[in-house]
Design a protein. Structure first.
Length: 192
């Protein structure tokens, strides 16, 4: 993750495409993913999304981050679904998860938060909704960065397996971040 969030700067076709169109494609793809029941079609969508990463020239280290995160989730969900419903339904559920989350991640890697916020503001005609979307995306990014830093600090102290060594500093830094954000919003006049 870059310091500015998930966005990966670039000049590829997916980077240059307007945020509104990319968002509509993402919504259409999500609808198709949840309407389809064939593993072959869902696998084809996964391949198309993977091609999107290649087309966007996303660095291999970023693709690896996505693959590891999705891989852990998919292994757990696949095992649970296979046990509860059988092999075919487990495969369909996991392909849906991979296609939808990988496409959403590609969207965030190729779209600036500011572009998405301006689209939301234009569509909803509400600056508050745009601010909410922007703050939500930035908060997720900030919490991910805080978690990574706290995890690294615990590891440096030799306490990487301690839940307390992670949870307490993470909670304190998260609350501090929330305070700073609240003060910034108050200074901006939000809520007046």
């Amino acid at each position: 993750m870059t310091p500015l969030g998930w966005y990966e700067p670039g000049s590829s076709l997916p980077h240059r495409a307007p945020a509104g169109w990319k968002f509509l494609v993402l919504l259409g793809l999500a609808g198709a993913v949840f309407a389809l029941r064939s593993p072959w079609w869902l696998g084809g969508i996964c391949v198309a999304v993977a091609f999107g990463y290649v087309l966007a020239r996303i660095p291999l280290r970023r693709c690896r981050q996505v693959a590891v995160s999705l891989g852990l989730l998919v292994v757990f969900v696949f095992a649970l679904q296979w046990w509860l419903q059988g092999l075919d339904p487990a495969l369909v559920v996991c392909l849906r998860i991979v296609a939808a989350l990988a496409a959403a991640n590609l969207f965030t890697l190729t779209t600036r938060v500011e572009d998405l916020v301006s689209i939301v503001e234009r569509v909803t005609r509400s600056e508050r909704v745009g601010l909410l979307v922007g703050l939500t995306l930035r908060a997720v990014t900030a919490l991910s960065v805080i978690a990574g830093e706290v995890r690294e600090a615990a590891k440096a102290r030799g306490a990487e397996r301690s839940a307390v060594a992670f949870a307490v500093p993470f909670l304190i830094r998260t609350l501090r971040h929330a305070d700073e954000l609240g003060e910034a919003l108050a200074a901006r006049g939000a809520g007046d």
